[in-house]
Design a protein around this ligand. Structure first.
Ligand code: 4G3
Length: 246
């Protein structure tokens, strides 16, 4: 079973958010396990504070090393050699390829910072990976940790249904997904593309692939150099340049 450990000041935020839908079922079925460790349980002061003023002055507070280190030690024996991922805007950008890499690990430990971050000596001593969801700042690392746990869990065999796993195969070629439609055939005067109603599976597959190519060229041209395209598909896009608005 894949085990996720989350060192956090808001354990209920982790457990509740990941209790719904597919993530909840994956836990009940024992495909994944999630354990949130409350850093505040490891404070040694009466007021149970976990932060203090930054040396050298400045705005905000810094999370102290001791409670984080003791919270980490409370699980470290059980998960020897596990990677410790610190969620920070300074980290390596998170992508589907990083999700795949992390899905090969049996145990993962996440450290969620708050305030202005954690004492640098914790990063030096226990953190193995710094990961960022993008160039923006949140109030805490919990939402990024939840996001990564979700992205990694759906790659664990059995967590998604068969159909969904196939959908993932088609996205792993680095292209955006083709447009989807369901009933009714006309909504607000907009018709479902007629080819999807034709029942001609080969033509439908060809149309979907073309839609993926055109959409990627239109919405995310930066993905194309790293996408798996045949020479024929590259030619197709060249011939359709006029359809792609700048
Ligand atoms: C460390 C991650 C942690 C320093 C964490 C703020 C955004 C991301 C935090 C700091 C975070 C991200 C907690 N915000 N882009 N907030 O993945 O300044």
């Amino acid at each position: 079973m894949k085990q996720f450990f989350v060192l956090t000041l808001f354990p209920e935020m982790i457990m509740q958010t990941l209790s719904h839908s597919i993530m909840g079922r994956a836990q009940r079925e024992g495909l994944i396990g999630i354990e949130a460790i409350n850093i505040r349980d490891f404070t040694r002061n009466k007021q149970h504070h976990v932060d203090d003023y930054p040396y050298g002055g400045g705005v905000g507070m810094v999370m102290q090393a001791q409670p984080i280190y003791d919270a980490y030690q409370s699980i470290a024996q059980r998960v020897e050699g596990a990677r410790v991922i610190y969620m920070t805007p300074q980290g390596r950008p998170f992508t589907q390829s990083v999700a795949k890499e992390l899905s090969r690990e049996e145990n993962l430990i996440f450290l969620c910072g708050h305030y202005e971050g954690v004492d640098e000596r914790i990063i030096e001593e226990i953190v193995t990976d710094e990961i960022s969801l993008g160039d923006f700042v949140l109030t805490g690392g919990e939402l990024p940790a939840i996001t990564i746990i979700d992205a990694v869990s759906r790659l664990v065999p059995g967590v998604l249904g068969k159909e969904d796993s196939f959908a993932d195969e088609s996205f792993s070629d680095g292209l955006l997904e083709y447009p989807q439609y369901t009933r009714p055939p006309v909504f607000h005067g907009r018709e479902v593309p007629e080819i999807l109603l034709s029942g001609h599976h080969a033509n439908i597959a060809k149309w979907r692939r073309e839609q993926s190519l055109l959409r990627t060229a239109q919405k995310r041209p930066d993905l194309l150099p790293n996408a798996e395209l045949t020479d024929k598909e590259k030619l197709f896009l060249q011939h359709r340049q006029n359809d792609i608005k700048p």
